[in-house]
Design a protein around this ligand. Structure first.
Ligand code: PBG
Ligand code: ZN
Length: 328
């Protein structure tokens, strides 16, 4: 090539030439403080039940949960989101609002035994209803406005049991406002709401529904969760939740929705969380088990991509594993 062609070359590789340069110029970083770990708690006794579709994830009974919490604390993770599997389910999800319900018992025990842990709860009815839908039914459809009343009672009940933050996940219209009102009326003005504001009707939730035993017994959730084709609607959902008093906005799932995380981050000033959901976890675990990918590397790259897209907070089943990597 003639000399003048070389003169025209811009050389971004200069800044990638060694680890010292790369470390200096890295734009996004993943830290243990970004991560929230989901924990499934069952009302059964003496239980550590493996979730077959999610290697490394278990349903824990309260009498054995110490084993899990010790690993969590050892990894450096300090924040959990709790999911309950009640002893009994019914049409209106009574366990969800019972003072002696599985989540309420869990909150009291973990708060007493591990005051350093931040405890977040999923506020939704699908783990507690025998039909598996996220609200109460009227004519085989989820009745939005009646459901709000149950969500209010569930949030208050969690707050009374000591929850640090509630995370309503049912995609009911008005849920954030209803829960904010109810919490404030009961003097829980300090309990923040991390809203599952932008939650898609996703096939990636499959393994979670095994873990939480919460698959809908008929139909699907497409009449309340969002259409995966929609982007502008995500803005509307986010705006409504901001108006209603959400403190943190969540996008869910994460990996197939990085464009939405970025959109929400750029168009609002609230902190943005994303949920790296069960199917995203299972796909990496399955491919790694087959030896088709390097599971650890793909895990870290995926979590970093969520940070790069704009997530401030990542809820992930990888939290313990990733944190163990980050501390060495
Ligand atoms: C409850 C809830 C779900 C998830 C979190 N909260 C399931 C659903 O909406 O069907 C999914 C989490 C995951 O897949 O890891 N509404
Ligand atoms: Zn639900």
């Amino acid at each position: 090539m003639p000399k003048d062609i070389y003169d025209l070359i811009q050389r971004p590789r200069r800044l990638r030439q060694d680890a010292n340069f790369r470390d200096l110029l890295r734009e996004a970083t993943l830290t243990t403080n970004d991560l929230i770990y989901p924990v499934f708690v069952t009302a059964q006794q003496n239980t550590k039940r493996a979730i077959e579709t999610m290697p490394g994830i278990y349903q824990w009974s309260l009498d054995r949960i110490q084993e899990e919490i010790d690993q969590v604390l050892d990894s450096g993770i300090r924040r959990l989101i709790l999911f309950g599997i009640p002893a009994e389910k019914d049409a209106v999800g009574s366990d969800a609002i019972n003072e002696e319900g599985i989540i309420q018992q869990t909150l009291r025990k973990l708060k007493a035994d591990y005051p350093e842990l931040m405890l977040i709860t999923d506020v939704c009815m699908c783990e507690y209803t025998d039909h598996g839908h996220c609200g109460v039914l009227a004519d085989q459809e989820v009745d939005n406005d009646q459901t709000l009343n149950y969500l209010q009672r569930q949030a208050i009940s969690h707050a009374e049991a000591g929850v640090d933050m509630v995370a309503p996940s049912g995609m009911m219209d008005g849920m954030v406002g209803a829960i904010r009102d109810a919490l404030d009326d009961h003097n829980f003005t300090q309990v923040p709401i991390m809203s599952y504001a932008v939650k898609y009707a996703s096939a990636y939730y499959g393994p979670f529904r095994d873990a939480a035993e919460s698959a809908p017994q008929f139909g699907n959730r497409r009449a309340y969760q969002m259409d995966p084709a929609n982007r502008r609607e995500a803005l509307r959902e986010a705006e409504l939740d901001i108006d209603e008093g959400a403190d943190i906005l969540m996008v869910k799932p994460a990996l197939a929705y990085l464009d939405i995380i970025s959109l929400i981050k750029d168009s609002t000033s609230l902190p943005v969380a994303c949920y790296n959901v069960s199917g995203e976890y299972s796909m990496i675990k399955a491919a790694a088990e087959k030896g088709w990918i390097n599971g650890d590397a793909v895990m870290l790259e995926s979590l970093l991509a969520m940070k790069r897209a704009g997530a401030d907070i990542i809820i992930t089943y990888f939290a313990k594993e990733a944190a163990n990597f980050l501390k060495v």
